[in-house]
Design a protein around this ligand. Structure first.
Ligand SMILES: *Cc1c(COP(=O)(O)O)cnc(C)c1O
Length: 346
């Protein structure tokens, strides 16, 4: 039985083209800046994000960590939403590495507004931690792949810059935002000081992320990357797969989005299940109406060859990617319906 893995788009396996590119990659020592394939990837990534320079990092977490370090001073506050990846899933690196605290804003969709951010900005005073940075997540993972309207991005960035604050975009899935809005990546992240995106999620590379921004910051970021243990040597073997991901994969995301909508429509027909509106490739659905706890449903699904993760005591998350087909999604829906019915009639 084929396992249908909807836990995340990180589970994608490298394509034959990626494997071929990896085998044939021209390499050198990247700590000396001599890996031609990494250099090419960084140039193309700078181009696609419209930033001066880019830095190849092993993970998105390291990219976000370096960005926060570059854009803050020790003891400052970083504003983000209350379910942000930088807050919940990065082992407190904002505090651990940059010495900053987070001021979290609760939202109903993961998207901040300038109105909310503005109210929480704090100046230097003998009491509070002064605000240094706003971090925005686009698309927003835990709220189901929600996408920032471009106007909101400009309001936040322009407002922050007027007050001397910086903005980092956690664009782990910015290519999904580009697919959903029809806007190029470079326009979406234009007003942000730095942007991080993952090649290892929906774009399908085996590993690797990019941090992009002004050249002087990326030069400094290279040193933080080394400190964090991210000074890799002949890493062109990975960068080669990332180049294929950057060139070939964005056009595949439309199919993932259509599959996510298909999943959500099917889930909505199962009594007791309420999916959130789908904007990209992530379906978050509330199962409390079925009486089956999310963790139990996840176990039931696994027995039927379908993997989905419970994300809290009400919700389950399913993420589409190029290793799941429309048929797989149909089969996954059947498994959910079965698992729910069985639990209810037992
Ligand atoms: C996946 C992800 C990251 C980075 O994760 P890594 O596993 O460290 O590559 C950062 N932000 C968001 C929103 C993500 O979904």
């Amino acid at each position: 039985m084929k396992t249908i893995d909807l836990r995340s788009d990180t589970v994608t396996k490298p394509t034959p083209e990626m494997r071929r590119a990896m085998m044939e990659a021209e390499v050198g020592d990247d700590v000396y800046g001599e890996d031609p394939t990494v250099n090419r990837l960084e140039e193309q990534a700078a181009d696609v994000t419209g930033k001066q320079a880019a830095l190849f990092v092993p993970t998105g977490t390291m990219g976000n960590t370096i960005a926060v370090k570059l854009l803050t001073e020790h003891g400052q506050e970083v504003i983000c939403d209350s379910r942000a990846h930088v807050l919940d899933y990065e082992m407190s690196m904002v505090a651990w590495f940059s010495g900053c605290v987070i001021r979290a804003i609760p939202t109903s969709d993961g998207l901040l507004s300038w109105e909310e951010v503005k109210r929480l900005i704090k100046p230097v005073s003998p009491y509070s931690a002064p605000t240094g940075l706003i971090a925005i997540e686009n698309t927003h993972n835990m709220w189901g792949g929600t996408v920032y309207p471009i106007e909101t991005i400009y309001e936040i960035c322009d407002g922050a810059h007027e007050r001397g604050l910086k903005v980092h975009m956690d664009g782990a899935r910015i290519f999904n935002a580009a697919e959903a809005t029809g806007m190029p990546v470079r326009e979406i992240c234009a007003p942000a000081d730095t942007v991080m995106f993952c090649l290892s999620k929906g774009l399908g590379a085996p590993a690797g992320s990019i941090l992009a921004g002004p050249k002087h910051l990326m030069d400094k970021g290279r040193l933080y990357r080394k400190r964090l243990g991210g000074g890799m040597r002949q890493v062109g073997v990975l960068a080669a797969a990332c180049l294929v991901a950057l060139e070939d994969s964005p056009k595949k995301l439309a199919a993932d989005h259509a599959n996510a909508r298909f999943l959500a429509e099917g889930l909505a027909r199962i009594p007791g299940i309420e999916p959130r509106a789908v904007s990209t490739n992530i379906v978050v659905f509330d199962v409390s109406g079925t009486g089956v706890p999310p963790a139990a449903l996840s176990v039931q699904l696994k027995r039927r060859g379908v993997l989905m993760n419970a994300i809290n005591d009400r919700q389950v998350r399913a993420v589409t990617h190029y290793d799941v087909t429309r048929e797989d999604c149909a089969q996954a829906l059947g498994a959910v319906a079965e698992a729910v019915t069985e639990a209810v009639t037992r």
